[in-house]
Design a protein around this ligand. Structure first.
Ligand code: ADP
Ligand code: MG
Length: 242
């Protein structure tokens, strides 16, 4: 495979990535010698126990944190040695983030939370905000503030927000964690559609059943990738049950 093809749009290539928090006796090796090569347009599930490094991996791919060493190429951009100040620009241009704890702006309504990102990034379409809120079952909550929404509803707003800018790569940290089966399935359908539209999706999950919809499953333990499996027949998200 030629080099460009693996790293354009939503493609990812990490080589020898390490990340340590703290130092000396208190050092936590959150990521150890991570190698990943994922072409664009795949739905990847990252599975692993709590503390295995899943969120750290996502944050480094998305330019939210920097690695201590290693090479990181995401969506055609080599971000390995970018100064943190320029990573915001990279994120706005290429990444849609679904945070584990939503990170909605409390003073804005659900729809405004989406619209403000569309404006900030200059990508996507404000009109899609309402469409995406409907797709996640929140058409009648567009004018509610985060504090007036349940955890699961806030999570769905966060997913709609990540998709509204039509990013090359969606990074989703436990996107179904706070959802019941029916709404979780709607979210998984959206993520699967995103990859079918040629975008990349990396989804962290605890749930083996959720991971069955993925094209590739990456298993982490103690900061390492211990297995990578290709799924030749992913389950259709509409049929998933847990
Ligand atoms: P996961 O998402 O799989 O639960 P994380 O990536 O959040 O795992 O964490 C991996 C390891 O790094 C854990 O041991 C965690 O306690 C540690 N860690 C994560 N973030 C920080 C931080 N900001 N400061 C110190 N340790 C951290
Ligand atoms: Mg986590």
């Amino acid at each position: 495979m030629d080099e460009g093809a693996t790293t354009t749009r939503g493609g990812i290539r990490l080589l020898g990535v390490h990340k340590t928090y703290g130092s000396g006796e208190a050092a936590v090796h959150a990521l150890r010698d991570i190698d990943i090569d994922i072409p664009a347009g795949e739905l990847v599930a990252v599975l692993g126990a709590s503390g295995s490094g899943k969120t750290t991996l996502l944050n480094i791919i998305g330019g939210i944190e920097s690695a201590d060493s290693g090479s990181i190429v995401v969506a055609g951009q080599d971000i390995s040695d970018r100064p943190p100040a320029t990573l915001g620009e990279f994120r706005r241009a290429h990444i849609g983030f679904v945070f584990q704890f939503f990170n909605l702006i409390p003073s804005l309504t659900a729809r405004e939370n989406i619209e403000v990102l569309v404006e900030l990034t200059g990508r996507g379409d404000r009109a899609r905000a309402q469409e995406l809120l409907s797709a996640v079952g929140l058409a009648d909550r567009a004018n509610h503030f985060p504090a007036q929404l349940s955890g699961g509803q806030q999570q769905r707003v966060s997913i709609a927000r990540a998709l509204a800018t039509d990013p090359d790569l969606v990074l989703a940290d436990e996107p179904t964690g706070a959802l019941d089966v029916a709404t979780g399935r709607d979210v998984l359908k959206l993520l699967q559609q995103t990859t079918r539209a040629g975008r990349g999706v990396i989804m962290v999950t605890h749930n083996e059943v959720v991971a069955e919809i993925a094209d590739r499953v990456v298993r982490m333990r103690d900061g390492r990738i211990v297995a990578t499996e290709r799924n030749t027949a992913p389950t259709d998200a509409a049929a998933v049950r847990w």
